[in-house]
Design a protein around this ligand. Structure first.
Ligand code: ATP
Length: 214
């Protein structure tokens, strides 16, 4: 499913005062990098996209995926996949259980098991299904988080400092993996980062959020 994500005349208000404005389209497979000073509203923009703005915030404008306006859809219907810094895996579940959490509950157990195994193998984690997440390296945990997110069949991908907890070499590896999967599936990506190398590797436009000047 290759769709464009459009943020049309979006303005987010905090306590009734404008915080940020965005009017952009992100093509399938494209990465829009969002940068800007701390506290400007980068994470708030992602919360608006996922439908999870905190109390005291409100949004105006439209969020359009393909030809569907999802602005008023509840969070679970929007199918926005999000990855955070140090994304947490559920400690009481196996790697396979964590990955399967993203799967639609329909279908047979065997089919679900096969999909999880295939998705894990696809990111270099073949036969990791029964492992305890606590025994994984940082890079392996990041891969499981990616699999869990991809198995939820997102229509767009949101990254909130998703690579920040990783050292330089691993950061590059995981970043390439995430961008590669997004490109292969034609997912539009919005990436919040402070890191110029992330922006460079994304190869797409950079949107510098500024404090609202009125
Ligand atoms: N849950 C919340 N309740 C009230 N205010 C909040 C909440 N979350 C964030 N804010 C405030 O909203 C503004 C935007 O915050 P946001 O987290 O979007 O900034 P950011 O650009 O992502 O910052 P950083 O780069 O430091 O992560 C800030 O003034 C912040 O203090």
């Amino acid at each position: 499913m290759a769709e464009t994500l459009t943020l049309r005349d979006v303005c987010i208000l905090k306590e009734g005062m404008p915080l940020i404005e965005v009017d952009r389209s992100i093509a399938p497979g494209e990465v829009l990098t969002v940068m800007g000073p701390s506290g400007v509203g980068k994470s708030t923009l992602l919360a608006f996209l996922t439908g999870t703005l905190p109390r005291g915030f409100s949004g105006m404008g439209r969020i359009i995926l393909g030809d569907e306006d999802v602005t008023d859809a509840p969070p679970h219907m929007r199918r926005m996949g999000i990855l955070f810094q140090n994304d947490l895996l559920f400690p009481h579940m196996s790697v396979g259980g964590n990955a399967a959490f993203g799967l639609d509950p329909g279908g047979s157990r065997a089919a679900r098991r096969d999909r999880v195994a295939e998705a894990l193998a696809d990111v270099g984690l073949a036969d990791f299904e029964d492992r305890d997440p606590a025994t994984l390296s940082g890079g392996q945990k990041a891969r499981v988080s990616l699999v869990r997110m991809l198995l939820s069949e997102p229509r767009a991908l949101l990254l909130d400092e998703a690579f920040s907890g990783l050292d330089a070499a691993l950061r590059q590896q995981i970043r390439d993996l995430v961008f590669g999967r997004a490109r292969a599936r034609g997912l539009p990506v919005v990436m919040v980062t402070h890191d110029a190398e992330d922006a460079c590797a994304a190869g797409g436009p950079v949107y510098e959020l500024e404090r609202y000047a009125g």
